[in-house]
Every structure is written in structure tokens, then in C-alpha cells.
Design a protein. Structure first.
Length: 87
């Protein structure tokens, strides 16, 4: 699997998890607030990674931080959340 397909699979997983937990609307608000906010969120995840590793896999935290730092991935996640919200 290449990096793009891994990222797309992770985007699908995150969108499904957010939808299942009823967090589509808050996630969309934060994702559409703009690239500076999502980039900052990614940076905060890197800083908080040691503490977050007590609750979740460090691999998942790293993937989420990388996702938030890439504008194309953020747009893909927002599009996926919009599509799931429409269903």
C-alpha cells in the first residue's frame, strides 16, 4: 500500500468514527475554520503525544497529526464527513 491509500483509509476510519459518535458537526466546524487552525491542531497533537499515548496508540496520534498538517487530507476528511452527513 502506498502512502496515499493508507491516508485515504485513515480518513475513512476517522470519518466513520466521528459519525458514529455524533461528532460530525463539531468536527466540520473545526476543519472548515481554516488551515491555520488545523495546522495548529496537528502541532498540538505532536506536543501532547506522550500524554495521549496513555489513552490511544501513538501511531493513531501521529497519523491524526499528519492528517491535520496536510490541507488536502483535511479537505478529504471534510468531504467525507459531508457525504456521511447527507446519508
Amino acid at each position: 500500500m502506498d502512502d496515499l491509500s493508507v491516508q485515504n483509509a485513515f480518513v475513512d476510519q476517522v470519518a466513520t468514527t466521528l459519525s458514529r459518535r455524533g461528532l460530525q458537526a463539531p468536527a466540520l466546524i473545526l476543519l472548515e475554520a481554516g488551515p491555520p487552525l488545523t495546522f495548529l491542531g496537528g502541532q498540538l497533537l505532536w506536543v501532547a503525544q506522550p500524554a495521549l499515548s496513555l489513552f490511544m496508540s501513538t501511531k493513531v496520534v501521529a497519523q491524526m497529526a499528519q492528517l491535520l498538517e496536510e490541507p488536502e487530507a483535511v479537505q478529504a476528511l471534510a468531504a467525507k464527513l459531508h457525504a456521511e452527513k447527507a446519508e
